[in-house]
Design a protein around this ligand. Structure first.
Ligand code: HEM
Length: 61
């Protein structure tokens, strides 16, 4: 689905990018795939949910 690899990325980087998708810094008009990701990111209810998902990703290595 054109999604990049996340395993192995720093936790602070993943949290920042999730917030970028959630607040509209990434995934804007014209970025077809990024907009799909932004929709996914906005399904997480709050910042704690973002941290929880990222904590899970950190267990995958
Ligand atoms: C809970 C599930 C998901 C998490 C935690 C997640 C997380 C992320 C993160 C952190 C990035 C940025 C990666 C980077 O900067 O290197 C990213 C990018 C991306 N994700 Fe997801 N993602 C999820 C689900 C999905 C789904 C379901 C799709 C497809 C519908 C998707 C499509 C994409 C795409 C296309 C990009 C690249 C966007 C661009 O080119 O700017 N993601 N994702």
């Amino acid at each position: 689905m054109n999604a990049p690899r996340l395993q192995g990325q720093y936790d602070w980087y993943l949290v920042r990018q999730m917030e970028n998708f959630r607040n509209g810094t990434r995934g804007v008009e014209g970025d077809v795939y990024g907009r799909q990701m932004a929709q996914m990111a906005r399904m997480l209810p709050d910042a704690q949910a973002v941290r929880d998902v990222v904590a899970y990703i950190q267990t995958l290595e």
